[in-house]
Design a protein around this ligand. Structure first.
Ligand SMILES: [Zn+2]
Length: 330
């Protein structure tokens, strides 16, 4: 099967994990930014997490270098444009890209400029390619409560203009949801949709809390609902959608092998699943590759894929006109 030709939708993709390595080298060279190497092969080694990575925290170390070149309006715009362009080239028709605005203030940008620059890059791509998109603002769980409020407040004026949702990401501790009840409740009140990274590192109960305490409509990963019956049941009953990322899940050791990935089992049992990259560069993958893995590993049918594609449409935070258009590709 030609996986590139398949129409695709991506709901879970981090901007800072998806830079073209050549862009990192180019920006670093022009701006005199110190990076470990200007050789493509060497820099790729620094950026890509190995499949034998030890943990999520090990995986997250790969984001340090990209961050160095994401500190100006022009660079953020370019990097976003390139991500959407790369996705469009492999027939991704709609993509929600997430990023943590507070990570891009190291050289004095303010949050509004950061969000606007990413929006501009997305708009540039929409003008040139057959791809639509929206943005999700991520709050880092490792940062203070005040910084989560800051993201919610400063992103508010972009709602309806390309920003659609709020997310919590980074390392996952047990019971993290309790800490973020207030900012996420405020976000919901303002009209943000809610997706939360949870159940990625062995703690299924975090998924239960993300749904009950934070009102998560979608869950990033959610692998470990397999070990927590309450979480499993609430996800199934409330039709909470799981954004699953097979390669990333092997790298972070959420699962040890692709064959152990629960995506198809969940799907067969009526859990709403979607296929995503998480990070194109850090996971050294594409949507075509993730689809290929799911097709080959679980021998899924085209009909199964169609159901997953339709789930992605149902679950995406786009307007109804966009959703209708997306249905026509399949
Ligand atoms: Zn993620």
């Amino acid at each position: 099967m030609n996986f590139s030709a398949l129409p695709k939708i991506e709901l879970h993709c981090h901007l800072d994990g998806s830079l073209r390595p050549e862009t990192i080298i180019d920006i670093a060279r022009r701006e005199g930014i110190s990076i470990p190497s200007f050789e493509m092969k060497e820099i790729q080694k620094e950026l890509i997490a190995p499949l034998e990575c030890e943990s999520l925290n090990e995986y997250l170390k790969r984001f340090a270098i990209p961050n160095l070149v994401m500190q100006s309006k022009e660079n953020l715009r370019r990097i976003t444009f390139e991500l959407f362009a790369d996705a469009a080239e492999e027939n991704v028709k709609y993509m929600e890209v997430r990023f943590a605005p507070l990570l891009h203030m190291a050289k004095g940008l303010d949050v509004e400029d950061i969000i606007q620059s990413v929006l501009d890059g997305m708009k540039d791509a929409k003008n040139q390619y057959d791809i639509k998109g929206n943005l999700i603002l991520s709050c880092m769980r490792t940062m203070s409560l005040a910084s989560a409020f800051e993201v919610v407040e400063k992103g508010k004026s972009f709602l309806g203009k390309g920003v659609v949702a709020i997310d919590l990401c980074s390392s996952e501790e047990e019971g993290f949801c309790g800490k973020f009840v207030e900012p996420i409740a405020l976000a919901r009140k303002y009209g943000y949709r809610v997706t939360i990274h949870a159940g990625e590192t062995g703690i299924g109960k975090n998924v239960l809390e993300a749904v009950e305490l934070l009102g998560a409509e979608r869950i990033g990963h959610g692998i470990f609902i397999k070990d927590c019956i309450e979480a499993y049941n609430i996800v199934k009953e409330k039709r909470v959608v799981l954004e699953m990322c097979p390669t990333s899940n092997v790298q972070t050791k959420a699962v040890n092998h692709f064959s152990e990935h629960p995506i198809y089992q969940f799907h067969k049992d009526g859990i709403k699943v979607t296929i995503n990259t998480d990070n194109r560069t850090v996971s050294n993958t594409t949507m075509a590759n993730e689809c290929k893995i799911v097709f080959n590993e679980f021998n899924i049918s085209h009909e199964n894929y169609k159901q997953i594609y339709l789930t992605s449409i149902e679950a995406c935070f786009a307007d109804s006109e966009t959703k209708e258009k997306l249905k026509k590709y399949m």
